[in-house]
Design a protein around this ligand. Structure first.
Ligand code: ADP
Ligand code: MG
Length: 492
């Protein structure tokens, strides 16, 4: 019917002018008056402006969050009321899911189909933690006659939450939902590449009835707004998802007032493919594991260890998978993989193509940028690689993977664990004993057996070694967002 272009739900929001900070329930410009551009990586065009918050704005947000935390209307809220509030947020996200998905897709270049899935997950996260709000129990402990000893779980306080650009709202929801379920207040800082969806979420949260100051949003740069959050003595806890390099800076800055810190950082996740595995299934899953979101996921299948007897056959199968990946405009329904998020990321990822070949890895497929506007690169596979090559040691964060041959289980495990990271890993085999033996020996926070990327909010997520500190999701987030108080009462 329509002969003119219909406006999509996201257009009105994106066109509505420079975005502001959410502080104490009010939308305000940065005190400096500064703004920054946000860009659509599919074409390099500016799609909007957001307030460039810095230390002064973080101060204001901390004051608002502290006041809200101390207000009995929030801290003394009936847990059933808190649960209902989280359900209202979930309902608002679900009612506006298409708009949120479009905003996310335009800001970070994720295919709209994937952005829709991720926004569904964002709503689900609030539903899940709505359930927890009424189930945050302490314990009554064994104690001698004359003494009663029990524990209380209390909110930590004001929480700074710094999130990245690859799944902006997913990362935000993983942090905001449990923080609120436990009665904390929040200052969220989205990544400078992707400020828009968090702002729309803030609007929806206020509409859903979240009290002023319980959620504050400070958009801005890492070195200014982010660093101010990490260092602020009025913030009790910082939750961070991002690079290992920045995670270390946050840990150091947090030491000033000994903030509670959870860090979800990078990875170089091994997939170990044994010769008895279903190689076709392994090829499908590991391929998806390295191109999903253009490889810009912390659990990307970025090191594939393959038994030497099937190495070449597996490389060929993986290359066949790479050929059917539809790379293109994020809003086209058939697109499976969009661009990288930014020019900076594009330069970084493409620089590894030369590095890999100079180190002696064999290019199987890809290895080039796409000849079109926007930050597109080809899904890229290197074979006959070694674990001491830079491409095997550094997180590339692009649709790039490599195959390393091994001769036996012991060698496979040694290579798999020879990394500074420990976020995820997988084992592919039909031998049950080996599957569980290897799963146990892998030093990683998530291990998959004969599958990849499957996750559930009920299960803890996080990393060994330099992939992070602490765990998020499931019950782990309740631990992360509560303090435990032990109470002794003398009964006589
Ligand atoms: P990436 O390298 O994938 O962009 P980063 O770790 O740089 O990931 O960014 C993740 C988040 O950390 C972003 O919100 C970014 O603004 C923020 N950030 C970057 N540098 C700092 C810093 N020095 N202190 C606090 N936050 C920072
Ligand atoms: Mg952007």
């Amino acid at each position: 019917m329509a002969t003119t272009l219909e406006r999509s739900p996201a257009d009105a929001f994106i066109a509505s002018g420079a975005k502001k900070l959410l502080i104490g329930g009010q939308w305000v410009p940065a005190q400096s008056g500064k703004t920054f551009e946000t860009i659509n990586p599919a074409n390099g065009e500016v799609i909007g402006h957001a307030a460039a918050g810095d230390a002064a704005d973080v101060d204001a947000a901390v004051a608002a969050a502290r006041k809200a935390f101390e207000n009995p209307a929030w801290s003394g809220m009936n847990p059933h009321g808190r649960s209902r509030l989280l359900l209202k947020i979930a309902a608002a996200i679900e009612a506006n899911a298409e708009e949120l998905a479009q905003i996310e897709s335009r800001d970070n270049g994720s295919p709209l189909s994937i952005a829709r899935m991720m926004i569904a997950g964002v709503g689900e996260t609030f539903v899940y933690y709505a359930g927890w709000a009424t189930k945050i129990y302490g314990e009554t402990n064994p104690s001698p006659g004359g003494i009663l000893n029990y524990t209380l779980r209390e909110p930590v306080g004001v929480c700074g939450q710094i999130v990245p650009w690859n799944g902006p709202l997913s990362s935000a929801a993983w942090k905001i939902a449990p923080a609120l379920a436990c009665g904390n207040t929040v200052i969220l800082k989205p990544a400078e590449q992707t400020p828009l969806s968090s702002i729309r979420l803030g609007e929806l949260m206020i509409e859903a009835g979240v009290p002023a100051g319980v959620i504050n949003i400070v958009t801005g740069f890492g070195e200014t707004a982010g660093a101010a959050i990490a260092a602020h003595s009025g913030i009790d806890k910082v939750g961070f998802t991002g690079s290992t390099e920045v995670g270390k800076k946050i840990l150091i800055a947090s030491a000033g007032n000994l903030k509670r810190v959870t860090l979800e950082l990078g990875g170089k996740s091994p997939n170990i493919v044994f010769p008895d595995a279903d190689l076709d299934a392994a090829a499908v899953s590991t391929a998806q594991g390295f191109w999903f979101l253009s490889g810009q996921i912390c659990v990307a299948a970025s090191r594939i260890l393959v038994h030497r007897s099937v190495h070449d056959a597996f490389a060929a199968k993986l290359a066949d998978q790479a050929k059917v990946i539809n790379v293109g405009d994020p809003e086209t329904a058939t697109t499976m993989m969009g661009p990288l998020v930014s020019r900076e990321q594009f330069d970084r990822v493409t620089s590894y193509f030369g590095v890999a070949q100079a180190d002696g890895a064999r290019l199987v497929t890809g290895g080039k940028a796409l000849d079109r506007p926007g930050y597109y690169v080809e899904p890229t596979i290197f074979a006959d690689a070694r674990n001491d090559m830079r491409i095997a040691r550094e997180e590339i964060f692009g649709p790039v993977t490599l195959l390393i041959p091994f001769d036996d289980e012991e060698e496979a495990l040694a290579i798999a664990n020879d990394t500074s990271f420990g976020l995820a890993a997988a084992v592919w085999t039909k031998d049950l004993g080996r599957a569980h033996r290897v799963a146990r020996a892998l030093k990683a926070g998530t291990v998959w057996i004969n599958t990849y990327l499957y996750t559930d909010l009920i299960s803890p997520f996080g990393g060994y070694k330099q992939s992070g500190i602490g765990r998020e999701l499931g019950r782990s987030s309740i631990d992360a967002y509560t303090e435990i108080k032990s109470v002794y009462a003398k009964l006589d």
